[in-house]
Design a binder for this molecule. Structure first.
Ligand code: CP3
Length: 341
């Protein structure tokens, strides 16, 4: 049983350093494309046998030290009563967008057992099929990122709707955030009961907030979720994309592992938060376009900086890009293991 990842999560400095890649399952893998060619993305997420199959693909192909459940952070939003579609090239569309008190009141909390049984079934299949080969990570979107998709109705550039609601109707915004924290907590508790061995909160858009607004409007809800998972015996990873300016606040929180993107050096993070923390990250996904020798140097640097922390889990600073040849992703995993052995 490869438990390198879980040991690092609990604060043990592990050699070789464990590695997995955000979005390690997906379009850059021909094996994924083959499955995806026969079904829509949403149908794939909702068919446990297929979701389990594409979850395991990167474990076989890349040799990563953890599997991450194949699903999407937006799946529970559909169960809350919002229409969800994924459009080729345009990304997700949530309809109707949530912009008024009536819209917020129309949302409902979820019962994971009856609303998203396919997620829990996928987890059960995966624990059986992985058979201890590598641990399984579950995940949820963090409340601010989920609110962003709900309020903008999809991906955004300016985030004017979400910030407008936050500033014009702070009470309503807090109410929505409270509901999303409740949903994410129930969702992750159910994933843990079904068998996931670690959880990650993805806060892709909280980095657009000023520190004071993150502190008031977003951070307390992430903390509420983490508190609701404390004592379940499963490490909790918090990843705020573009959260360098929020790091000291995040460091006061209760996440077991802090995820970093490439804009904050690991050594800077250690200097700011102290040597007692566990970090995950943080190679720029575009660094996979570098020639092998330069890629190896970058990986060496990150591994070296990670040694200053209590423990380090290697990852990219964001998801694998669809343009990346699978051999290059495999090379990253091999190089991490090699230079940290
Ligand atoms: O990491 C993994 O391998 C597990 C699966 C996973 C997916 N999405 C699969 C996916 C995870 C953990 C996510 C999280 C997710 N989803 C986030 C947070 C992480 C991040 O990337 O910032 C966000 C913001 C989303 C929302 C989302 N899902 C968008 C904006 C899109 C469209 C853009 C795109 O990359 O296609 C998706 C679709 C999506 N989610 C795909 C996959 C494999 C592509 C679907 C396809 O066409 O096959």
């Amino acid at each position: 049983m490869n438990d390198r990842f879980l040991r690092a999560c609990s604060g043990e400095a592990v050699a070789p350093v464990p590695v997995w890649l955000m979005r390690q399952a997906g379009r850059y893998l021909p094996a994924y494309q083959e499955v995806r060619g026969k079904t829509s993305f949403l149908a794939l997420c909702k068919t446990p046998e297929l979701a389990a199959r594409v979850t395991i693909q990167p474990v076989d192909i890349l040799g990563v030290d953890a599997a991450i459940l194949f699903s999407d952070i937006l799946i529970p939003l559909e169960a809350m009563g919002v229409g969800l579609e994924f459009h080729e090239g345009r990304g997700p569309v949530l309809d109707p967008p949530v912009r008024s008190r009536r819209d917020v009141e129309a949302l409902r909390p979820i019962d994971p057992q009856s609303d998203v049984p396919f997620v829990l079934d996928t987890i059960r299949i995966l624990r059986r099929e992985l058979a201890g080969r590598v641990p399984l990570i579950g995940f949820s979107g963090a409340p601010f990122t989920l609110a962003t998709y709900l309020i903008e109705g999809g991906t955004s550039r300016s985030f004017v709707h979400v910030k407008r609601l936050m500033f014009e109707a702070p009470g309503l915004f807090h109410r929505l955030m409270g509901l999303l924290a409740e949903v994410a907590t129930a969702y992750l508790q159910a994933q843990i009961r079904a068998g996931v061995q670690a959880v990650q909160l993805f806060d892709t858009w909280a980095g657009i907030l000023a520190r004071r607004d993150y502190e008031e409007f977003a951070f307390p809800y992430t903390e509420r979720i983490l508190a609701g998972l404390a004592g379940l015996g499963v490490p909790r990873i918090s990843f705020v994309f573009g959260g360098g300016h929020l790091l000291d606040l995040i460091g006061t929180g209760s996440a077991d592992v802090i995820g970093l993107d490439w804009r904050t050096d690991l050594s800077t993070a250690v200097a700011r938060l102290g040597v007692g923390k566990v970090f995950q990250g943080n190679l720029d996904p575009c660094a996979l376009f570098l020639p092998e020798s330069a890629l190896r140097e970058r990986i060496k640097t990150i591994v070296k900086e990670g040694r200053r922390a209590r423990a380090h889990i290697f990852n990219l600073g964001h998801g694998v890009l669809p343009e990346i040849p699978p051999e290059k992703a495999r090379l990253v995993v091999d190089l991490v293991h090699e230079v940290s052995a």
